[in-house]
Design a protein around this ligand. Structure first.
Ligand code: 13P
Ligand code: SF4
Length: 320
């Protein structure tokens, strides 16, 4: 405990000295989320992280999240230094969507508008017409579909399938998945709901279709936190990374929260539903990234950056 206090004190000092601000995702360790808030940074979903970093006057952004979030920050604000506590923190969606194969996929459908989920590399973003996060994906696809555009969607297959169902759009879909959300099991969730008939089910749309089917609320991390507060039920079963419980519990302290099961046997384990890459962020790695900032800086090739900036700005300027 003493060591944690020391880390926090040093991080606060270093943030000031380096004109840096800490921006954390809802899936990071609660201690990091609390520290980001306490030091004037933010805790947010991936869309709000991008907006906050872009608008904040600090010269340096410390991105506690995964690599695509750091790259997005750099694409939007090239004159800022973007530091990541865990440079190796990737995402299975990013890993499962290499740029060469994705480009060939797009080339095979030249008359399609390419809509790419933010959980991808800068190079894949550079191939996109639109970038979306889960907060805005539905609205963007609805807009493009009603405009009569043919759409390529990548890389998350579950999010893509859910969007198709909601909007009626027919998209050519890449078949990637999030290793965390892909583990939620509908059969076990059904049993849990039978044991807790008064509970509402909240699901992130990176989860399988049969899990989403059981949900009372489906949405991005920020949308799920909002739903947790607004739903009338006092008990909530939550299917997303457990890091979200920190802000969710803050939003509605009186409610009881239960992690959705990830195994077929109804048991939910401690290490399940936790993104291993988000977990690479810790107080120690944050402090280290501030001290040895050169080894933690994110760079994006300028040609790629300029191409990726176009669809990213399209997203930020899209009015829901
Ligand atoms: P959000 O945009 O909902 O925060 O999702 C990011 C993510 O990585 C979900 O797994
Ligand atoms: Fe990627 Fe899934 Fe981790 Fe989110 S939770 S960063 S989608 S692997």
């Amino acid at each position: 405990a003493q060591q944690k206090l020391e880390y926090k004190a040093r991080i606060k000092q270093l943030l000031k000295e380096k004109d840096a601000v800490l921006i954390a995702h809802y899936y990071t360790d609660p201690e990091i989320q609390a520290l980001a808030e306490e030091t004037g940074g933010c805790v947010a979903d991936s869309l709000e992280m991008a907006r906050f970093g872009n608008n904040h006057p600090a010269k340096t952004l410390i991105i506690a999240g995964v690599r695509f979030m750091g790259e997005t920050a750099k694409i939007l604000a090239p004159s800022k230094r973007i530091i990541m506590p865990a440079l190796d923190a990737t995402c299975s969606l990013d890993l499962g969507c290499p740029v060469e194969a994705f480009s060939a996929f797009c080339d095979a459908h030249p008359d399609h508008t390419v809509v790419v989920y933010a959980n991808t590399s800068a190079a894949v973003k550079a191939r996109a017409d639109w970038i979306v996060t889960s907060s805005i994906a539905l609205d963007v696809v609805e807009h493009l579909d009603s405009d009569g555009q043919k759409i390529i969607w990548g890389p998350d297959r579950h999010l893509g399938a859910w969007i198709e169902k909601q909007t009626g759009a027919k998209m050519v879909r890449w078949q990637g998945a999030c290793i965390v959300h892909d583990e939620f099991k509908a059969s076990a969730l059904k049993r849990l709901k039978e044991e807790n008939p008064d509970a509402a089910i909240l699901v992130h749309p990176e989860s399988p279709a049969d899990v989403i089917e059981l949900a009372d609320a489906v949405g991005s991390t920020s949308q799920l936190i909002k739903a947790a507060k607004e739903l009338p039920q006092q008990k909530l079963i939550v299917a997303t990374d457990k890091g979200i419980f920190f802000k969710m519990q803050q939003a509605c302290p009186e409610k009881e929260m239960i992690a959705a099961p990830t195994g077929g046997n109804g048991a939910s384990c401690r290490s399940c539903a936790m993104c291993p890459w988000m977990g690479m962020n810790g107080l120690q790695t944050i402090e280290d990234s501030l001290v040895n900032d050169e080894g933690h800086e994110i760079f994006v090739d300028e040609e790629i950056r300029l191409k990726a900036l176009i669809p990213l700005e399209r997203m930020l300027n899209f009015n829901v």
